[in-house]
Design a protein. Sequence first.
Length: 112
Amino acid sequence: MSDSTPLEMTCEQVKAKLDNKDDFLLLDCREEDEYRTVHIDGATLIPMSVVQERVGELETNKEGEIVVYCHHGGRSLRVTMWLRQQGFAKAINMSGGIDEWAQKIDPSLPRY
């Protein structure tokens, strides 16, 4: 386990990881209707409301980096903390969520 993994990263840092084709899982923890409204391409949807039942789906990424996002960053921070308690040492919250992503990274995305 590495204590050097930051708890949060910015939208810009996540965008750079995507552009670099870094090996990580992008996890959207919003609800399905929110995901249908807007999401980041390549994201895996596991809503916060069911993450405890579906955590097994993340097992293959246990040693890897998982970047979690939601609407503004609150839910994803809670999911990030919970994942770390489950042994996902490299779970990281994307601060600002999809709302900040839509403002700073891709203004063509709808906001809600």
